[in-house]
Design a protein. Structure first.
Length: 233
């Protein structure tokens, strides 16, 4: 962990999520950014940012393969809060090359192809979004997976050269649901149909009772490879 990240960790100790976000926004003007994929954790943080007029840029990775329900909640959120959500698209040349060479669904053929697709549709645009920023806010919670459990709420991201902060890292799913209900926050209705984690439509399915949080993501692959490379411990 860098000394900057260590300082931030100490500064945020004991603060509630909104106070922590407000402090970081004041101390890193124009260099703090929040990534949303419109899952319910992200909607909680979007509400905190927009409702409190915090100067934090909210962005999403528009992979081109999202669920209709995700586009709906994206639009509804912009209408409701009257705030911008910045979309980052894949580089069109890279995308065209891949799809022209391998077809639109190459990710089902091999782990390498799936990583290539995530690389083009998510990782490259993410790097563009994060460039020049100092703080990256996410909706990660510890109980979502073993990989996430091994993270910390404030951590140094070596790959992207910034500090990551997960304001609701220690919240339970019930805490999240309760907050959404209390504050009347729009959320993705796929959550009510067995989707705890929502990504691209062709790579996400509903999970059965008792299945892991990430079981519905890239379900045809080895269970240990359930991250797309956006968040690694
Ligand atoms: Fe491609 Fe699937 Fe990754 Fe989306 S989740 S970027 S469709 S491989």
């Amino acid at each position: 962990m860098s000394s900057l990240t260590e300082n931030i960790k100490q500064q945020l100790a004991g603060l509630d999520p909104v106070s922590a976000l407000a402090l970081l926004a004041a101390e890193h003007p124009g260099k703090i950014i929040f990534s949303t994929s419109f899952g319910w954790e992200d909607q909680v943080i979007t509400h905190m940012v927009f409702k409190n007029n915090l100067p934090i840029k909210v962005f999403t990775l528009e992979t081109g393969r999202l669920f209709p329900e995700t586009y709906y909640v994206w639009n509804r959120t912009m209408e409701m809060y009257e705030k911008p959500i910045h979309a980052y698209y894949p580089n069109n040349q890279l995308l065209e090359q891949m799809v022209n060479a391998k077809g639109p669904n190459s990710f089902y053929d091999s782990v390498d192809n799936r990583k290539e697709c995530c690389g083009i549709r998510k990782i490259e645009p993410l790097k563009r979004a994060l460039a020049g920023n100092e703080i990256w806010i996410t909706g990660i919670r510890a109980e979502q997976s073993q990989n996430r459990h091994d993270m910390e709420d404030v951590e140094w991201d070596e790959q992207n050269n910034l500090t990551k902060f997960h304001p609701i890292f220690h919240w339970s799913l019930d805490d999240v649901k309760e907050y959404i209900k209390l504050n009347n926050i729009p959320y993705n209705t796929l959550h009510d149909r067995g989707f705890p984690s929502i990504g691209c439509q062709p790579c996400t399915r509903a999970v059965r009772e008792g299945e892991d949080f990430r079981a519905g993501r890239w379900w045809w692959e080895d269970q240990d490879k359930k991250e797309c490379g956006l968040h690694t411990a």
